[in-house]
Ligand binder design. Structure first.
Ligand code: SAM
Length: 388
């Protein structure tokens, strides 16, 4: 029996600050996740659940299967612990094994030595199990992570392949795009719901409005891409079942009110290409415009954005002026809530308001703050569609 036929311990990883979002997503998918431990959220499920997690999680970086866990404070103990696992139940004869290591507060901390011992132990077990003098490694890849934490070894198998922020619609890189997973986390941390108007006034290549449209239409984040585990030859073929589930969940009726503006016409062209590739071009109004001119006839809308900061062409004085004008533009939007992520620490001062909530998040390794300015809640009978 392969490991993919039984119960599995599954691990979703998330960037610092967004573990709680991924945990909420897992609960919404019907799982009972554990607390987050160093950016990892664990839950139990079958191989079908591995595929569902890859398909539906919007804010997670990747999904791994936990293979084995044991204590080891010497290389001998590491070798023996790895060898004891039934690798032949996960990796076929021709599987190509790649090992990555990380270590925290452990006696074994020389990563390349850890990596090489683990690789040797896996190779020996596979050669013994398959009766081979050497490994061919001509087949599909199995990406194993060995992680040491306080002298406890955890071995996991990656199932995602490319990071889950790669949704399959981004074909061209704009200037400083925000990761899709972070964009989705910001949206999920905001009060935005698909029936409320939405604007990203600094939309760049369109990441945030596209993620909003995909959420609003309930298009699964993984529908347009493949995952590494689809190649695993000992695993059952479950992609089609999960793809069908995802297709049935798409809301084809909903009317969304999502807009994106950018002052740079090339950025807007790129955003349009991306929106087309994601199949949401009819859900987003994209326009070349200075955000200073943005307005809306709707109430109770939401802005989620990452305004420029630290980019080559903007001096600090220009950034301050831009944030001041951004604050003024937002003041003109009655009852709107505004969420802005930036690494500029004096943002509130120039925006002109103290945030109701702040949260530390990382945008491509740069420590940032997500500032939340909350507007009034729409009344229960929703008048957000009323023009005023
Ligand atoms: C950090 S980037 C946004 C990236 C975007 N979130 C993405 O994923 O591609 C900031 C954007 O603000 C735009 N921008 C700068 N000044 C602007 C203004 N006054 N009005 C509208 N957009 C502006 C820049 O052209 C740039 O595309």
């Amino acid at each position: 029996m392969s490991i993919f036929d039984g119960k599995l311990e599954i691990e979703a990883s998330a960037a610092s600050g967004i573990e709680a979002v991924v945990k909420r997503e897992l609960v919404a998918l019907g799982y009972a996740p554990s607390g987050a431990d160093r950016g990892r959220i664990r839950f139990e499920g079958s191989y079908l659940d591995v595929m569902r997690a890859n398909m539906f999680l919007r804010a997670a970086n990747r999904v791994r299967i936990v293979l084995t866990r044991f204590p080891a404070d010497s290389f001998d103990a590491l070798f023996d612990g790895v060898y004891a696992y039934r690798w032949q139940d996960a990796i076929p004869k021709r599987g190509r094994v790649i090992v990555n290591a990380k270590s925290h507060a452990s006696k074994l901390f020389a990563l390349s030595a850890v990596q090489s011992v683990v690789k040797k132990a896996i190779a020996k077990k596979l050669m013994d199990a398959y009766g081979l003098p050497s490994l061919e490694e001509s087949g599909e890849s199995y990406d194993i992570e060995v992680s040491l934490d306080n002298d406890v070894v955890t071995l996991t198998l990656d199932t995602s392949g490319e990071g889950l922020h790669k949704r399959g619609w981004r074909t061209y890189l704009g200037d400083a795009p925000i990761r899709e997973t972070l964009a989705s986390a910001m949206l999920q941390l905001s009060v935005w719901k698909s029936d409320r108007p939405f604007i990203d006034p600094f939309c760049g290549s369109g990441t945030i409005p596209i993620e909003a449209a995909m959420m609003g239409r309930n298009i699964a984040s993984g529908m347009m891409r493949r995952f590494a585990c689809e190649e695993f030859s000992l695993a059952p073929a479950v992609r089609d079942v999960v793809q069908q589930e995802a297709e049935q969940l798409v809301n084809r009726e909903i009317k969304l009110r999502i807009s994106g503006f950018d002052i740079d016409p090339n950025a807007v062209k790129l955003a349009m290409k991306h929106a087309r590739a994601a199949g949401v071009q009819n859900d987003i109004h994209l326009q070349t415009a200075d955000m200073r001119t943005a307005s809306s006839r709707f109430r109770y809308g939401v802005i989620v954005t990452n305004p420029p900061y630290g980019e080559r062409l903007l001096s600090e004085g220009e950034v301050r002026e831009l944030y001041r004008d951004f604050g003024r533009m937002c003041d003109g939007l009655k009852d709107w809530s505004v969420y802005a992520i930036t690494s500029y620490r004096a943002f509130e001062k120039y925006f002109g308001r103290k945030a109701d909530k702040t949260r530390k998040l990382f945008n491509s390794e740069i420590e940032c703050i997500l500032y939340a300015f909350l507007g009034a809640k729409p009344p229960a009978n929703d008048s957000s569609r009323d023009a005023h």
